[in-house]
Ligand binder design. Structure first.
Ligand SMILES: Nc1ncnc2c1ncn2[C@@H]1O[C@H](COP(=O)(O)OP(=O)(O)OP(=O)(O)O)[C@@H](O)[C@H]1O
Ligand SMILES: [Mg+2]
Length: 237
């Protein structure tokens, strides 16, 4: 078991007003799973990802990662976990401007403890997302789909235990979005653990399992019937 959440809660307090965002979540994610998280806007999907990705701590409840109770992590250890154990992919790519593909992908290596093989790892991650031919392009010279592939390579470069993708196809047209989903599926096939947040049922069905959130609670958690996809992303019946 990679992730175990027990009674996970998160609330924000702004000017004495308490907003309860996550209201007691219980679930597990096994190593090698591909899970989609769905739910209406404001239901707490991104907040949950931020907690699971060590960007924030829960208000209460247990979050065990790889058997480790994350309450015992110091702020420094939490920052190391964030950099080395997880890779994030966001809707808005978040690439550095006026910076090449290689430099963007290499960035998380600067914060990693062991950096000796950074060149090899950067090349490998860029190859994994099929962008070796664009490696010296600047980020503003890339298409949206290519930018998102750079972001995925950057998420992979520290060889994380899990990849979190928050609406990774949200800013892409359907063809580029289908390519990104295909890439996430390839990574899953290669053994990566992937957690995807999405609004689209169609996109979520690339996963093996769908967790649905509403008002900060899990309202369903079910496997997806096995389906095959054509190269354009459509289902093969
Ligand atoms: N830092 C914060 N301070 C106060 N409230 C916050 C903070 N972050 C999130 N919230 C509140 O938590 C709720 C859930 O936000 P979250 O971003 O997790 O939703 P979401 O499910 O990802 O929505 P969307 O689909 O629109 O991205 C919202 O009502 C939001 O206003
Ligand atoms: Mg969100």
């Amino acid at each position: 078991m990679l992730i175990e959440a027990i009674g996970l809660r998160k609330e924000y307090i702004l000017e004495k007003v308490v907003t309860k965002v996550l209201n007691g979540l219980d679930f597990r994610i096994e190593r090698g799973e591909f899970v989609a998280i769905m739910g209406p806007s404001g239901s707490g999907k991104s907040t949950l990802m931020h907690i699971l990705g060590f960007l924030e701590r829960p208000t209460s409840g247990l979050y065990n990662f790889n058997g480790r109770d994350t309450r015992s992590l110091s702020d420094n250890e939490l920052a190391l976990f964030r950099n080395e154990k997880v890779g994030f992919v966001f809707q808005s790519f978040n690439l550095l401007p006026r910076t090449t593909v290689m430099e963007n992908v290499r960035l998380p290596r600067l914060y990693a403890r062991a950096r000796e093989d950074s060149d090899v790892r950067t090349e490998e991650a860029v190859r994994q997302v099929g962008l070796s031919h664009r490696r010296h392009y600047f980020s503003n010279q890339l298409s949206g789909g290519e930018k998102q592939r750079v972001a995925i390579a950057r998420a992979l470069v520290n060889r994380p235990e899990i990849i979190f993708a928050d609406e990774p196809t949200g800013n892409l047209d359907s063809a580029a979005g289908a390519q990104i989903m295909e890439l996430l599926q390839d990574l899953h096939q290669a053994g990566h653990t992937v957690v995807l947040v999405t609004h689209e049922t169609f996109t979520s069905e690339h996963a093996q399992r769908i967790i649905k959130l509403k008002d900060g609670l899990i309202i369903s958690d079910q496997p997806v019937a096995k389906r095959r996809f054509a190269r354009d992303g459509s289902f093969i019946k």
